[in-house]
Ligand binder design. Structure first.
Ligand code: ZN
Length: 321
């Protein structure tokens, strides 16, 4: 009796043990395979993050190099371009960069800036400036026909500043990405260098730095990248309110500019960067310029062009030199 019962118990124990040996590993296997699946997807995600970070740090290490130069330190002629592998045409050597402190005189100053040229109006504008002995600045776009090349050269030959305003002025291209922005300005810089022998050091954003066609995060990144490369951007104090594509009257141009100058004077400012457009539609610009210049001269203003020695007006403020 006892023996049989023992055998039954023994059997039950063995069968239970066998079942346990099958069931437990199966459960463990199921649990582990679920975990493995989860960990695998986590690994994929981490790989993506690492790849992204290494791409960024690669770019940052390029961008940071010029900032490591001692400020004000004299750069040797053969200073190596730290961007030689990434849009190398867009880089200003230390010796040609903006000063750490702007030391402008306190005379009342007007900086005329003409955007979007060259155009059929450029020659007339240049004639007036020459006649009046006034220096100005042309924020140009990219054109490679012979007439435009002649105009770039005339601007420089007559002592005005030539500055960059993007190659296409097409917001969907200029602001598509940081690469696209650098591509636009590198190409424009080369066209200007080829036509004039001068490499521009200042630029203006199409639409201004606060325009709504660009993501603010991308704008900040562009400003920092261009700053690291030695470029300074200029917005404006006073607009002629002559948006491109519309012909405006002489009266409109005169009143828009003088109204803004009057307001600035009332607020105690004696310095203005004036924006007007050098475009085929703006035929009244050269007609109103003599009157404007005479009026401003009478008020005691001096005129000069915008170089990186001029204190910039910037709508978007980003921590940079
Ligand atoms: Zn423009």
């Amino acid at each position: 009796m006892v023996n049989r019962r023992n055998v039954r118990i023994f059997k039950t124990v063995i069968i239970s043990a066998i079942i346990a040996m099958i069931v437990i590993p199966t459960i463990i296997a199921i649990v582990q395979s679920v975990r493995i699946g989860y960990l695998q997807s986590e690994i994929v995600e981490l790989y993506t993050q690492v790849a992204d970070l290494s791409k960024r740090s690669e770019r940052n290490s390029i961008s940071n190099k010029p900032l490591l130069d001692s400020p004000g330190g004299s750069a040797s002629q053969d200073e190596e371009n730290p961007f030689k592998d990434y849009h190398p045409g867009l880089w200003i050597p230390t010796k040609d960069r903006a000063p750490d402190n702007y030391t402008e005189n306190s005379s009342p100053m007007i900086y005329f800036t003409f955007d979007d040229g060259p155009s059929p109006v450029t020659d007339e504008v240049l004639d007036i400036l020459k006649e009046k002995g006034v220096k100005a600045t042309f924020f140009v776009i990219g054109r490679e026909d012979e007439e435009s090349k002649r105009l770039y050269k005339r601007i420089v030959d007559e002592g005005h500043a030539i500055a960059m305003h993007s190659y296409t002025h097409d917001y969907s291209k200029v602001y598509a990405s940081i690469d696209s922005f650098l591509e636009e300005f590198e190409r424009l810089s080369q066209v200007i260098v080829d036509a004039t022998g001068v490499k521009p050091t200042v630029y203006r954003f199409p639409g201004g730095s606060n325009n709504s066609n660009v993501d603010p995060g991308l704008m900040k990144e562009i400003i920092q990248e261009m700053g690291a490369r030695g470029y300074v951007f200029y917005d404006w104090h006073t607009s002629a309110e002559d948006a491109v594509g519309h012909s405006v009257t002489e009266e409109h141009l005169y009143n828009a500019i003088m109204k803004n100058i009057n307001n600035r004077e009332k607020s105690g400012y004696n310095r203005a960067i004036i924006l007007a457009h050098d475009s085929s539609a703006n035929v009244n610009l050269p007609k109103v310029l003599p009157r404007l210049i005479d009026e401003l001269k009478e008020r005691g203003y001096l005129f000069d062009s915008v170089t990186n020695r001029v204190q910039p007006e910037q709508f978007v403020k980003v921590g940079q030199k």
